[in-house]
Design a protein around this ligand. Structure first.
Ligand code: SF4
Length: 146
């Protein structure tokens, strides 16, 4: 277990996942936004809207300082403060689907990159977002597997 919010997966792990209009949890995972953007995410999104990088960053993002690295971290600004909804979600789905950020592309998987202090090697692991699983179960969309 990586944390209470996710379960670590191995290369042999399997899971089921389906996302489509009509499913009762459709769009719920685009709330409670904590969406980090990579430079490539920003490039794709600003091109999607035909905006300059400066205009895109000013309108849709917030810039923070990484607490351990001191490096800038860019996140999407939610469009409202109650549910922290993504600025790009509409009732029909994702407005930027073909250019959505990389973390949305692999959802409900989560990448964890860490560096071993002992060997100084990078370690890439994957986890399954347990919160997403609970949302779907609460919405009655996940059947118990036999
Ligand atoms: S970019 Fe699209 S898929 Fe990602 S959180 Fe926003 S609406 Fe959802």
């Amino acid at each position: 277990m990586i944390s209470e919010a996710m379960t670590e997966l191995s290369l042999d792990s399997s899971f089921t996942f389906r996302c489509a209009p009509g499913i009762s949890c459709f769009n719920l995972c685009c709330r409670d936004l904590n969406q980090f953007l990579t430079p490539y995410d920003i490039l794709r999104l600003k091109r999607h809207f035909g905006m300059t990088s400066s205009d895109f960053l000013r309108r849709y993002t917030a810039v923070h300082t990484g607490p351990q690295t001191g490096l800038p971290v860019v996140t999407l600004k939610p469009k409202e403060k109650v549910f922290l909804t993504c600025p790009f979600v509409v009732p029909e789905g994702c407005l930027v689907y073909e250019n959505r950020p990389s973390s949305c592309r692999i959802y409900p998987l989560i990448r964890i990159l860490s560096r071993s202090r002992a060997s100084d090697e990078d370690l890439l692991r994957f986890g399954l977002d347990v919160i997403a699983e609970k949302i779907r179960q609460a919405a009655g969309e996940v059947e118990d597997e036999a």
